[in-house]
Each structure stands twice: as structure tokens, then as C-alpha cells.
Ligand binder design. Structure first.
Ligand SMILES: [Zn+2]
Length: 187
């Protein structure tokens, strides 16, 4: 495996962000170029910095996301062909996106989701998540359908406080006393 490359992140207005991405088949998943893409996406996400990235954001219209909250409890996730198979409750919080730099908005998401898909080795995995991880997974899966959080957000605004600027990164969630159910700060 080569050294990971920094990929340009597309911003709102680019047509790839608005297309439904294609499913990845087993043969494509096993190609070195696809495995390299996964490494490149992690590298690009960490450098941004962000906590999640979907392939369409780097101009690859495939159903692939990477997520890493980079905290003590979480681990990095790769999901190929992810689907939300179970969902429960609703929570509203502040959200941002690397493809919509400097902005945040309030978005209602499921409070708890179970996501099913393949890992980078083609093995089926199921993850049940709440909080920031659950929100980030929903945000990234939306990208695969050409949906941006700004389509769902209310009170879309320029990120001002430090917490909002943190949330302006991918799928970030900021504490905001005016928003119900807001919790941890992504940094
Ligand atoms: Zn995003």
C-alpha cells in the first residue's frame, strides 16, 4: 500500500455532490486502487480536519464513507454500501459539512440508528450508534444519495463560536443551549 494522498474536497455547487452514488461490487472493493482510495479518504479527513467523509465529496461517485470521531471511545469506521436498517427517536443538533465550509445549521436526525454495510475487507458489519457517531453516520449516508445537510437544516448560519466552528467540520455537533438535545463538541 502506497503513501496516502490528500484529495481535494468538493464544495456545494459541484454536480458530483448531488448525484446518487453507485454501489460498490466485490471485485471493485478488492482492487488496490479502491483500498488506496480508503486510505486517501482517511488522510484527507484527518487533515481537513473532519470526523467523516463520503466518497462523492472527493469526486468519486461510489457508496463508501469513512468516519472517525477521534475520541477515546470510538474507532475508525469504513462502510461500503451502508444502509440505515433501524432507527429510533429524534434529536436536533448543530451540524456542519466540509463541503459547505464555514456554515452550520440545526438538523433533526434519528437519535439512534443501526447501519449495515461492508467493511474494507468485504465483511458484513452492523453498527448501532447514538450521539455524534449516529449523527455522523446519517450525515455521510445522505451524501451517497446526493443529499447535503443544508437541505434539511433550519437556521443555517455562518459558524461563529468556537463550538460552531468545530461543528462546521464534517458532521460535527456543537453544544448550543438554544437547541434541544445538543451534546458533545467535535474538534
Ligand atoms: Zn458532509
Amino acid at each position: 500500500m502506497g503513501k496516502p494522498f490528500l484529495l481535494p474536497i468538493l464544495t456545494d455547487g459541484h454536480p458530483t455532490l448531488r448525484k446518487a452514488a453507485k454501489k460498490v461490487d466485490e471485485a471493485e472493493l478488492r482492487q488496490p486502487a479502491f483500498q488506496q482510495l480508503i486510505d486517501d479518504m482517511f488522510h484527507t479527513m484527518y487533515e481537513a480536519p473532519g470526523i467523516g467523509l463520503a466518497a462523492p465529496q472527493v469526486d468519486v461517485s461510489r457508496r463508501l464513507i469513512v468516519v472517525d470521531l477521534q475520541d477515546d471511545e470510538s474507532r475508525p469506521y469504513v462502510f461500503i454500501n451502508p444502509k440505515i436498517v433501524e432507527s429510533e427517536g429524534e434529536v436536533r443538533s448543530v451540524e456542519g459539512c466540509l463541503s459547505v465550509p464555514g456554515m452550520v445549521g440545526d438538523v433533526v436526525r434519528f437519535a439512534k440508528v443501526t447501519v449495515s454495510g461492508l467493511d474494507r475487507n468485504g465483511k458484513r458489519q452492523r453498527v448501532t450508534a447514538t450521539g455524534l457517531l449516529g449523527r455522523c453516520l446519517q450525515h455521510e449516508v445522505d451524501h451517497l444519495d446526493g443529499v447535503l445537510y443544508i437541505d434539511k437544516a433550519t437556521n443555517l448560519r455562518a459558524a461563529e463560536s468556537e463550538a460552531e466552528q468545530a461543528a462546521a467540520n464534517e458532521g460535527g455537533v456543537a453544544y448550543d443551549p438554544h437547541v434541544d438535545g445538543a451534546h458533545s463538541v467535535a474538534s
